[in-house]
Ligand binder design. Structure first.
Ligand SMILES: [Ca+2]
Ligand SMILES: [Ca+2]
Ligand SMILES: [Ca+2]
Ligand SMILES: [Ca+2]
Length: 335
């Protein structure tokens, strides 16, 4: 009964418990009693104050705010979530709120409070907590690639290699040639107007990327000389057929078997990446027949080698040499 009464009084005692403890430090006679009451009253007063603050300050809504709503793909957007309460106070809920991207091809949430661009366009960031929700439209503009962003990871210059690289069921020495390009940058790039050239028609692009050609970080694009790529599908890669309205398109990409220089150029004609092989004057590697030239190792390597010496089979259009998918944005931004 005594214990019950004491506990019942403790919430009141708790209001001054901290001050009492200091004051009583020198009093051994009351030390035990104070220690007990401090311990109990701390527990009770914490409980009471939590209850009180919940009661006094109910959540009435949440507010999402961002440091920007339109950014280039090489930037990020930071956001915070504030809880609004009926007593007029505000609490930071950024760590606790759920945050989702309306389109993970445009931005994704890898880190609390950060919208990471991975593509191009507008999508909705929605946050929710305690039955409340807020949202904002975020617009990402993919930047044009600059020197070093794009890597020529693989080229099949002998389109007659065994197999059917473009997957259209027809073996064709022109159509099945390809170039595999990887975005090695940590942001999406807009390939609109980017061209692929070779030596014989150096000023006549063999391919010009269409408007809206976005390459996500860690993704690959494979350009074939011709045919139909609709049967090809792998993660973190897309496929396209050379688009050239000039007469030169008869030759597709025109990657000469014995030697050539293949270049990727920005929309203004500045070289972004190139590879020379075989009998080209700038050649740094031998021409390869019946297989592709591929970087050893994928993306980060500096030497082009016969694909059969490092990979699974004679070529690997849209995958790494061993056949596994490129890492894509999740591989770039997740730990
Ligand atoms: Ca084919
Ligand atoms: Ca060829
Ligand atoms: Ca050529
Ligand atoms: Ca490959």
């Amino acid at each position: 009964m005594h214990r019950f009464i004491l506990l019942g009084l403790l919430p009141l005692l708790g209001l001054t418990a901290c001050g009492d403890k200091d004051d009583d430090t020198g009093s051994t006679a009351e030390a035990d009693a104070d220690t007990d009451s401090d311990t109990d009253s701390d527990t009770d007063s914490d409980t009471d104050s939590d209850t009180d603050s919940d009661t006094d300050a109910d959540l009435t809504g949440i507010a999402l705010s961002t440091d920007a709503t339109e950014v280039d793909s090489d930037q990020t957007i930071t956001f915070t979530v504030d809880g609004e309460t009926d007593d007029g106070s505000s609490v930071d809920l950024t760590l606790d709120a759920d945050a989702t991207s309306g389109d993970e091809d445009i931005f994704r949430i890898y880190e609390t409070g950060v919208a990471q661009p991975v593509g191009d366009g507008t999508a909705t960031l929605t946050v929710s907590y305690g039955g409340f929700e807020d949202s904002v439209e975020l617009t990402i503009t993919a930047v044009a690639p600059t020197d070093g962003d794009l890597v020529i990871n693989e080229v099949l210059t002998d389109g007659g290699a065994e197999g059917d690289p473009n997957g259209d069921g027809t073996l064709d020495k022109t159509d099945d040639e390809f170039i595999e390009i990887v975005n090695a940058a940590a942001y999406s790039v807009d390939l609109s107007g980017v061209t692929i050239t070779e030596n014989e028609f150096a000023f006549l692009p063999r391919h010009t990327f269409a408007d809206g050609s976005i390459l996500k970080p860690g993704d690959a694009v494979v350009v074939f000389g011709g045919g139909d790529t609709s049967n090809l599908s792998v993660d973190n890669a897309w496929f396209v057929v050379a688009d050239n309205e000039d007469a030169g398109t008869l030759y597709g990409l025109d990657f000469s078997d014995n030697g050539d220089r293949i270049a990727i150029n920005d929309a203004d004609g500045n070289a972004l990446a190139s590879v020379a092989y075989g009998d080209h004057v700038l050649s740094s590697c031998d021409a390869v027949k019946d297989a592709s030239l591929t970087l050893d190792t994928d993306i980060t390597g500096t030497l082009y080698v016969d694909h059969t010496t490092v990979g699974a089979g004679p070529f690997s259009a849209g995958t790494m040499a061993d056949g596994t998918a490129f890492e894509g944005p999740d591989g770039v931004f997740s730990e």
